[in-house]
Design a binder for this molecule. Structure first.
Ligand code: FBP
Length: 342
């Protein structure tokens, strides 16, 4: 009798399809390894960089979950360059991601919403990262979903030489990877390396992300619109016309006030998120480098679209670190419709 027994032979229940042991899916680490050859310059550094981001997000997730118990609620009393009151969790998340990326050694420069200038991490690093460590600050203390947004670029200047402005001020179309972490009812990491979009759900008892949403596709059409109508009086006529267009068709208004959460819902169900230029923010409120470019890359990779109401977000020239832009992102036909009223 042969000693060896193949995985699925004979009448024995197949281990793979056993309903007794529910398959938990592909672990993030394994997925990154299996897909590494898709990366340009596939030398393991980008893989490690993605792992560093995943690790830091697990630490931030743990602290976000128990923020009310460890005095992490509220503001620290200082403001960032944009004049936003920095929340304790904003600062904590910024420290956690900066530390993880500095330790990894793959990143030469880090651009963050919480830092006025870029942080020079290590001249030998081949990557530049732009990050919003904790997006949705107004929702941090009220236990509503928040997120982390990240964009990854390859430096332009040779490694080992001083960082140049051309390394930092790169257009969204130069991203080699981008994504977000959503700290919601479950915690998810969603990213693209230019080969489609994949979503991973965090399993806290195993401390690992598992593939739960492979090859995400954004419906070309939807019935959800996300915009802060409280600011409607300062919206342009075309934006007001598009809101009316949605209302006339009884689309559903959904606005969480956390960009990552609104974007994620609309990507799964079909919808549009708009933060237009307003009287208070004539260039829009959201920041191009660490809020919009990443979600624009993810949206396009999932079959959606992202513009400033006229131009493709990924083609917008970056002139300064904390540059703002109007943002229309979501289902392709809805963004086109909103633009057509412009
Ligand atoms: P933060 O990164 O400072 O949180 O700002 C971005 C953001 O909070 C988005 O997440 C959200 O969609 C938007 O601003 C909400 O702005 P408003 O309160 O003006 O509607």
């Amino acid at each position: 009798m042969s000693m060896q027994r193949s995985f699925n032979n004979g009448n024995a229940p197949s281990i793979e399809s056993s309903r007794i042991a529910h398959s938990i899916g592909t672990a993030l680490d394994r997925f990154i390894k299996n897909n590494q050859d898709q990366f340009a310059y596939a030398s393991g550094e980008l893989s490690q960089l993605l792992r560093d981001i995943a690790l830091a997000s697990k630490v931030v997730n743990r602290e976000v979950n128990k923020a009310g118990l460890i005095d992490l609620m509220g503001a620290v009393g200082s403001q960032n360059l944009a004049g936003d009151d920095q929340q304790k969790l904003d600062v904590l998340a910024n420290i956690r991601f900066t530390r993880a990326l500095a330790k990894g050694g793959e990143v030469c420069a880090l651009i963050s919403e919480e830092s006025d200038t870029y942080v020079d991490l290590n001249n030998e690093g081949k990557y530049v990262i732009a990050i919003d460590p904790l997006d949705g600050s107004s929702n941090i203390d009220v236990n509503v979903s928040i997120g982390t947004i990240f964009s990854i670029y390859r430096r332009k200047s040779p490694a080992g030489t001083p960082i140049q402005p051309s390394d930092i001020l790169q257009k969204g179309s130069d991203q080699v990877a981008a994504g977000y972490v959503l700290y919601g009812s479950s915690t998810m990491l969603v990213y693209t390396t230019g080969h489609g979009v994949n979503g991973f759900t965090y399993e806290p008892t195993l401390g690992e992300y598992f593939l739960s949403h492979p090859q995400l596709k954004m419906p070309e059409d939807g019935k959800i619109y996300s915009i802060n109508e409280g600011l409607a009086n300062s919206f342009s006529a075309p934006v007001q016309a598009y809101i009316q267009y949605c209302k006339d068709r009884q689309y559903t208004a959904r606005y969480i006030g956390s960009l990552v959460a609104d974007f994620h819902r609309n990507m799964l169900k079909g919808g549009i998120y708009i933060y237009p230029a307003t009287a208070k923010s004539p260039n829009g409120k959201l920041r191009l480098m660490y809020e919009c470019n990443a979600l624009a890359f993810v949206a396009e990779q999932a079959g959606g679209s992202a513009t400033n109401g006229k131009d493709r977000i990924l083609d917008i020239e970056v002139k300064e670190l904390h540059q703002r832009t109007a943002f229309y992102v979501g289902s392709k036909n809805m963004v086109e419709k909103a633009e057509s009223l412009g």
